[in-house]
Design a protein around this ligand. Structure first.
Ligand code: CIZ
Length: 311
């Protein structure tokens, strides 16, 4: 169904547009956010790219429509800007699988190992990590790490994929993204049977069985770029359905199919236009991080930033 705004939403969009100006704010929306929230944003993308873009603007305020770890990443890259997360309760169950005490314990158990944390982690966990990676560059980062032994935090599926591809000795964490983990191989196989010409692109947070059906294993931004560049006309996508909005905008005329009823991240859907307007109007909810956490997590992120070329 095509997305349309209701009158109330149009009023909110007007209010957000005014507030954005008076507050000198930049609005970011992750690919998994609601379509109307994506449409009100200045930039839509993956978490690292958005944080990087925002850090280069002269905005005083960053409103990051996303989940908490993403807004924290923006704060780490822009410590002098005010970073707002419109819905305070928008968390990430995957990031919650690792806390600082657990990382300290794992480091004590495997003292030779480097800690590589996925960007889906809290600032405290990043601060204790040697390196940070995204799904787009996990292979590059792990290959570049001098240690043969690695503690990979927190996504087990991504960690296992990295271990297979790099041959490094990887201590896997128990974490998983419920949205990607629940994508079923039988639903992907059914779509493949019905659309034999479709290319299958899956996120590395998916389970092994789903991954084994894929043409390519890609991050969200990589999927979008791949669909733009490919001559294929049909794609089966193993990721959160919010990406469909940008796919339809940027790659018109192609068919995008999602397995099952369409994977949805409930946390990414917590933010409505009203939350964006309230956040900017009342300057809530601000992400505050201690200076030492910003400094240490920035060090782990810097390795990542130098490994990922800016677009
Ligand atoms: O960091 C992001 O944006 C995530 C979690 C997913 C992706 O594939 O880009």
């Amino acid at each position: 169904m095509a997305w349309r705004l209701f009158r109330k939403d149009e009023d909110l969009v007007r209010k957000i547009t005014e507030l954005r100006k008076t507050r000198n704010a930049v609005i970011l929306a992750h690919f998994y956010e609601r379509p109307e929230v994506q449409d009100v944003a200045d930039h839509v993308g993956d978490s690292l790219e958005l944080s990087r873009i925002a850090s280069k603007t002269d905005a005083d305020v960053i409103v990051f429509c996303s989940v908490r770890f993403m807004a924290e990443t923006a704060k780490i890259l822009s410590p002098r800007k005010k970073v707002l997360l419109p819905v305070w309760g928008a968390g990430c169950p995957l990031a919650d699988f690792a806390d600082a005490a657990q990382i300290r314990a794992a480091k004590a158990e495997y003292p030779q190992a480097a800690v590589v944390s996925y960007v889906n982690t809290s600032a405290e966990v990043k601060a204790l990590s040697d390196y940070c990676c995204t799904s787009a560059n996990a292979l590059q980062v792990v290959n570049a790490v001098p240690n043969e032994e690695i503690i990979f935090v927190p996504d087990r599926n991504l960690g296992r994929w990295v271990a297979e591809q790099t041959g490094k000795r990887i201590h896997l964490w128990e974490g998983q993204c419920p949205t990607h983990q629940h994508i079923r191989a039988k639903d992907v196989a059914a779509l493949k049977a019905a659309h034999p010409d479709a290319e299958v692109l899956v996120h590395p947070e998916c389970g092994d069985e789903v991954r084994s059906l894929a043409t390519h294993c890609l991050s969200t931004a990589q999927m979008l770029r791949y669909c733009e560049a490919s001559t294929a006309k049909q794609f089966i996508l193993g990721t959160e359905m919010g990406l469909l909005h940008q796919l339809n905008k940027k790659v018109p005329g192609k068919l995008f199919l999602f397995p099952g009823n369409g994977p949805v991240c409930p946390n990414m859907k917590k933010t409505f236009l009203k939350d964006v307007a309230d956040s900017l109007g009342e300057m809530k909810h601000e992400i505050l991080l201690p200076e030492d956490i910003i400094t240490s997590s920035r060090r782990a992120l810097d390795v990542l930033l130098s490994a990922v070329p800016a677009k």
